[in-house]
Design a protein around this ligand. Structure first.
Ligand code: URA
Length: 216
């Protein structure tokens, strides 16, 4: 935990994050809370050098109340480790804190959040950024990238390179792990995964982190 600093009116970053997560649990800033099990707030060290921002919790995250615990999370965890990062040292969160879905039979199918929902939810992300103050923010997929850059994003153009974000933060945009899972061709999927690993490695270098054994 980092030393004394002021966030959300509290002297300590850990307390500030706990308070924010408690407040987010009652969030009604948009209508998504009505059909979700719970808000899924970010997780990780309050002084993480790297923050990874996804789109929104999926079905399993919605039930567990934790980000990236489902299939996309497993790919992300593997990529983080291969990139030489210590997963426990990374702060994981999402642009939108409630699971947006539609029912197909008994299945809850992911739906992309609309701009109004993303804008309503950025209040939480802005506070997480203000408290954690990561050196590098990685946007996973276009929803997160758009929130972080404040404009529509084309990953083919904006991905994989350092970008300046609001308040002078460094950012790097890359593929969403769920998008990698959806690539039908095995070789193309492997290439997409390697791109994610490479981008995470670049983010680690930007943050000035040394690679762990696994990523060397
Ligand atoms: N996809 C996301 O963007 N975030 C999660 O937490 C899980 C899946």
């Amino acid at each position: 935990m980092r030393g004394a600093k002021s966030a959300a009116g509290l002297p300590d970053a850990g307390q500030a994050l706990t308070r924010l997560a408690e407040e987010a649990a009652g969030c009604e800033r948009c209508a998504l809370y009505r059909h979700a099990t719970q808000a899924v707030f970010g997780e990780g060290p309050d002084d993480a050098a790297i923050m990874l921002v996804g789109e929104q919790p999926g079905d399993q995250e919605d039930k567990a109340g934790r980000p990236f615990v489902g299939p996309a999370g497993r790919i992300l965890e593997r990529a983080v480790t291969e990139a030489g990062l210590d997963k426990a040292g990374v702060y994981l969160t999402n642009a939108v804190k409630h699971f947006k879905h539609e029912m197909r039979g008994k299945r809850r199918m992911h739906q992309r959040p609309n701009q109004g929902e993303v804008e309503a939810c950025r209040w939480w992300l802005d506070h997480e950024l203000a408290v954690v103050r990561p050196s590098v923010v990685v946007g996973l997929g276009v929803t997160a990238a758009r929130v972080l850059l404040g404009r529509p994003v084309v990953l083919a153009r904006d991905g994989g390179r350092p970008l300046r974000l609001a308040e002078g933060r460094q950012g790097l945009m890359t593929l969403h792990p769920a998008a990698i899972l959806r690539v039908p061709d095995e070789e193309a999927r492997r290439q997409a995964y390697l791109r994610l690993v490479g981008d995470l490695r670049r983010a680690a270098a930007l943050a000035g982190l040394e690679a762990t054994e696994a990523g060397r």
